[in-house]
Each structure stands twice: as C-alpha cells, then as structure tokens.
Design a protein around this ligand. Structure first.
Ligand SMILES: NC(=O)c1ccc[n+]([C@@H]2O[C@H](COP(=O)([O-])OP(=O)(O)OC[C@H]3O[C@@H](n4cnc5c(N)ncnc54)[C@H](OP(=O)(O)O)[C@@H]3O)[C@@H](O)[C@H]2O)c1
Length: 243
C-alpha cells in the first residue's frame, strides 16, 4: 500500500506537536485527517502545510473528548474519507502552570485530566477498532516526560494528567499484546515548539514531525516506547529500532 492509499487520522493535529506531524505526513504523500474543536485552528493548519499537499488534507470540527463526540466524529469522518488506516494521537495541551495543588480546584483537575487523559481514552476507544486488526495499520501515541516528574513549581496538575496518559499507553500495550497493527508510543522528554518559539531544551515540531512520520511510514516495530531526550535522539532512537 503506497502512502497515498493510507489515511492517517491525526488526533490533536491542529496543535503544536500535531501540526508538525501533519505537515511531515503530507510531505511524505499520506492523506491526513484532522479533527479539532476550533475551526480557526484548522484554518491556520491549512495555511501552514506545503500548499501542493492541500488536496490530501481533510479537516473537520469535532470534539473527541467524549464517547458520543468521538463516535459521531468517526461516523462523519468515515463518510467523508472512506477509511482510516493509521492514527497518531497527540491530544492535550502545551503547558499548564496553575500553581501548587493546595491552590487549585477539583474543577481545574477535571479539566486537566479531560484534556490529557480522558480525550486520549475516548478517541482511542472510537478509532482503535478501525486499525487494530490490520497488519498494515498503526496507532502511535505522543506522550510527554512531564508525566514522570514535576517540570517546575506549580506544574503539578500537568504531571498528573501526563502521568495518566503514560499509564494509559502502558495499559494498552499490556492489554493488547498481539494486535496485528503497530502500536507505538513516542515519549518526548523535552519541550516542543514552532520555529518562532524555540528555546533551550526545545525541539522543533517539524523535526519531531518528520521522525514520527518515518515511524508511521516504515511500520516495522510495535509495542515500543521511543524516548526523545535530545534533538539527536530524533535520528538515533528510531534508527536503533531499524525504523
Ligand atoms: N508542547 C510540548 O512542549 C510537548 C512536550 C512533550 C510532549 N508533548 C505532548 O504533546 C501533546 C500535545 O501538545 P501540544 O503542544 O501540541 O498541545 P496543543 O498545541 O494545545 O495541541 C493539542 C491539541 O489537542 C487537541 N484536543 C484536545 N482535546 C481535544 C478534544 N476533546 N477534541 C479534539 N481535539 C482535542 C486540541 O484541539 P483543539 O484545536 O480542539 O483545541 C489541540 O489541537 C501533549 O499533551 C503531550 O502529550 C508536548
């Protein structure tokens, strides 16, 4: 199956991390579908990608953060694009630093968990069945090292949400050890930014996007966690796995 026969659903594809992945996938010839709650973000994405790949990008406003929303988005998506062969999930948000836990509310914790963990679950529940039984299918989670440590004072809820996402990926690997599709996680232990917002400790979202797109393209490994802790890892980590 050539890249143009593959349709990759990029969950979170309008975000910082997701937009780099979407551009790289389109540049490799894939067809890509993106669902976002925000039409403006989708428009920005359309203006960001390589113009000649525009015909291969399908965008849709939707909320995959509930079971009903994710199912409804799936039905609409399949009607429009016909099939989904691959999924890359980079849902969540870039940053949260609301303060130490005693200053926070339960409502805030709910919001953090909804964005980082619950939407990852509800969208996975809807879309994993589309790819899991196919040996040529892939499901790739993008997670963050924030889940393993407090990044700096006041980022505790980010750690809780990101830790939930890390654990969820671990659970999926353990509960579905034999699925034919390639199930992988790319854990980024650095900040990810667009070229304009780059700083020390950050990697460019386009470089990450290219690495993730290669992983999706080659699909010769499964049930792996690829940890990215330096720009060099974007090349070597994947090479070690002969991707
Ligand atoms: N940014 C970093 O520095 C960094 C570092 C390491 C790892 N990561 C990983 O990458 C993930 C994404 O980060 P980011 O910087 O790309 O965040 P972002 O720019 O806020 O993008 C997140 C995307 O998730 C989408 N989303 C969240 N809930 C949704 C829902 N219910 N339905 C539909 N779309 C939903 C958002 O869509 P809307 O357009 O609807 O808002 C947004 O496009 C993080 O959660 C983390 O796991 C990020």
């Amino acid at each position: 199956m050539s890249s143009s026969d593959r349709v990759v659903l990029a969950l979170g594809g309008a975000g910082t991390v997701g937009s780099g992945i979407v551009k790289a996938l389109l540049d490799k010839g894939f067809r890509v579908a993106v669902i976002s709650r925000d039409g403006n973000r989708l428009e920005k994405l359309q203006n960001f990608i390589t113009p000649s790949t525009k015909d291969h990008l399908y965008t849709m406003v939707g909320d995959v953060g509930t079971e009903e929303g994710a199912e409804a988005a799936k039905t609409r998506l399949l009607k429009s694009v016909g099939k989904v062969t691959d999924v890359v999930s980079s849902l969540g948000f870039s940053w949260w630093q609301g303060g130490p836990p005693h200053t926070q509310t339960l409502k805030e914790l709910h919001q953090v968990l909804e964005t980082l963990l619950l939407s990852t679950f509800t969208s996975w529940k809807a879309f994993f069945p589309l790819v899991k039984d196919s040996a040529s299918g892939t499901y790739t989670f993008i997670t963050g090292g924030a889940g393993e440590r407090l990044l700096m004072p006041g980022t505790g809820f980010l750690t809780l949400g990101a830790a939930g996402a890390l654990a969820f990926c671990q659970v999926v690997r353990a509960e579905y050890p034999d699925v034919p599709c390639k199930l992988n996680e790319v854990k980024v232990n650095m900040g990810v930014a667009t070229a304009e917002r780059m700083g020390p400790g950050y990697i460019n979202h386009l470089d990450l996007g290219e690495a993730v797109a290669s992983l999706v393209e080659k699909r010769n490994t499964s049930h792996k966690v690829f940890s990215i802790s330096s720009p060099a890892d974007l090349k070597t980590v994947f090479l070690e796995e002969k991707v």
